[in-house]
Structure formats: C-alpha cells, structure tokens
Design a protein around this ligand. Sequence first.
Ligand code: XLS
Ligand code: NI
Ligand code: NI
Length: 441
Amino acid sequence: MKKNPAYFPRIPRIEYEGPGSANPLAFRHYDPAQVVAGRPLADHLRFSIAYWHSFRGVGSDPFGPGTIVRPWERGKDAVAIALARLEAGFEFFQKIRAPFWCFHDRDIAPEGATLAASNRNLDRIVTHAKALQKQTGVKLLWGTANLFSNPRYMCGAATNPDAHVFAYAAAQVKKALEVTQELGGENYVFWGGREGYETLLNTDLKREQAHLAAFLHMALDHAKAIGFKGQFLIEPKPKEPTKHQYDFDVASGVAFLRTHGLERHFKFNLETNHATLAGHTFQHEIETAAAHGMLGSIDANSGDLLLGWDTDQFNTDVKELTLAMTSILRAGGLGSGGFNFDAKLRRPSVDLEDLFYAHIGGFDAYALAFKVARRILADGKFDAFVRERYASFDTGFGADIERRKIGFKQLEKLVLGSLGEPTPRSGRQEYLENLLNTYLH
Ligand code: XLS
Ligand code: NI
Ligand code: NI
C-alpha cells in the first residue's frame, strides 16, 4: 500500500464519537474498542466488507449502465487496475474499521481467455492481497466463486445439464478454495447463483439436485485434501437470477443437506433480503437455522418490501436488527461467521463519501441492535414469558409427551377424566410488542 493513502484523500479514519455526535463521518454506536463481556465490540460483530458491491458495483440496473465512476478505475491493463482497486479496498477497510472482507474470485481478478489465464491473474492478485492483509491486519471472512456471471453458466453451474460446464465449475471452485485457504479465509460460501430453473419443461429437477449434492461432496473432498479448515456455508435465496432456486430458504436447505448426507459439514450464511424474498422475516431464517445448530454467518443488508427483487440495501432498521440479534445471541453467536455487508449504494449515490455513509449507518445500526438485544436478554422478560408459556410441558403428562412416554390412549383417558376442557390463555402479542418498544425508545 502507498505510504500516504491516496484513494480517499478527503476522508479520515472513522472514529467513534458517541450518540450525541452530529458528524456524518463518525460512528455514533459502533466503538470497535469498547469492551463488552470481556471482548472488544469489533470481535463480537466481526464486520466485513463485500468487495463485489463496494469495489465492483457501478450502479447499473436493467434500465441503464453504471453511474458510479471511481478514480482508480483507469487504464488499459486489467490486472494493473485490479491491483490499484485492491489497494483502494484495503485503504477503505482500514478507514471504515472493518476487520474482515469477502470476495468472489472474479471480483478481485479479471477473467482471462482460458481457465489457466484466469488462474494466473488470480494468483497475482492473491499475492498482493496477502501482503495487504499482513500489513493492515484485515482478514478474510470468506471467499467464494462467481459461477453465475459468465455466459457459460447461463443454465447453472453444478446443476447445468451439460457435464462439461459442471467440470468447468468444479475446476473454478477448486482454485477458489485454494486461494481462500491461501488468504486464511475462515469460511467458504456457496451461493446458488443460477442453480435452479427457469422452466420445468426442460428440467430434470431430481437429477439437478443430485448433481449439486455431488458437487458439494467433491468440494468437501478437496477441502480435506488441501487441509482447508474453514466452515462451509450455504446461502439460501429463493429466486433471482433464476425463477426458482434450489436453496430456496433454510428449511429447504436443511432438507437438501440431510437428504444428501451433507448436514454435518455445512451451516448457513443468511441474507436479510433473501429471507424476505422467500416470504420470511430475517429472524425466522435465523431461528430456523439455529434450531438445527446450523447458524453460520450473516449477509447484512435489507430489501425493499415494495420491490420484488434483491435490492441489497444497507440496513438501518434497528427494530428488525434487534429482533435478529436477540435470536443470534440466544443461539450463542456466529462462531467463525460475521456480519458481511452484502449491500450496495443506490444508483444516484455516486460520491466516495456515500460509501462511508452507507457503512457507517450499517455498522451503527448493528452495533445499536447488539447492545439493545443484550439488554433485552439480560432483563430476561421475554425469555421468562416464553418459558412460562410452555411450562405445562415441564412436568406431569406434558413432560411425558416430550419424552414420548405417553400415547393417544392415555391422553384420551386424561381428557375424559379429570382434565376436561383446557382454559384459554392469552398469547399477549400486543403486550409483548409494547414491551419491545420500551427498549427501543
Ligand atoms: C446474491 C448473493 C451473493 C452472495 C455471494 O444475491 O447475495 O452476493 O452473497 O455469492
Ligand atoms: Ni449474499
Ligand atoms: Ni443477495
């Protein structure tokens, strides 16, 4: 990295100034050094920057080209530009105080004319990335492969009807796993890109799912062969780019992993906007993954409920995030996962400052939600309420039901005998919603 950081000359390192600060280039809730439960806040939250949005996103949409022009994106040599971009990236990671970053292979290095040429490009960039990581202390949360942009993947990668494309994707993931390991990546993510279908008229659904499972088994075998110890993560998304994606949501992901004997090796990387596209809340997906012991990492963003696609916006909804955080903390946290800001600037947000405002808002919202969630859990009012609600299963015939020590016949006998009709008990939803608001205001 240049001695005198030159890519964001007008913007200083972002400092914590507290809730009273009016400085738009300061944190109001995220103090990375603040010690919470014996560890700095930065270690609890493990924020990460998504390289594809923040350093490859240009603001294009289906109706028009990019609007965002970065000063370092100049020149003819694609590898030289990629190296400058990487330096800009690491200057940003440091200034925004993000301890981690994430990338797809093709985000960081240009694709060449052949796989061998692409791999050579990747190696050059990875060497530099490794040096920058060492110099700055920024670490790799996860790596992944882009198996959806190149036209060869138009009908999927691991689920492509052509075995040749499957083989190409396998070779690409082999290399992506190796560079993720080289950079000390703590996880490896599989987002299903185009693993799904547009029409069942041309699709053998069962066979495609079996191919996807074979692909994931091969990835596990290769990780084992090279000694990669990172956590494997599946990132569910119900649709977009395909009409239907096989990793629709956590529930279908669990069924898929269990059916194919993969459940011990995978956890989930949950994205807020993907949850809502599947017709779920973010918290629902977190609770479902946690219930299976498969909560892995978070792609932190939000959608727009009035739009039907993955808008990948920065999430500033403290209420939604507080609910999510209570579920994450109850589940014991994210382990080797973190909060990766898989979020992009709106098309008219063309200034360098916008990249900072966006992440400051996201970091602050998560930090505030984390603190509020900790207070909620410490008070224990909701937990006590829920415990009490199920208390009839703690003793007597309720406990026998949970232990499967009782059957229909004995239960019938109880109801016909002394039990009779159950007394209705309020679920107290409105009371609980009001209680939640007392923590937020
Ligand atoms: C797209 C996904 C993607 C993954 C990584 O919707 O969120 O960005 O996180 O391939
Ligand atoms: Ni994502
Ligand atoms: Ni997404």
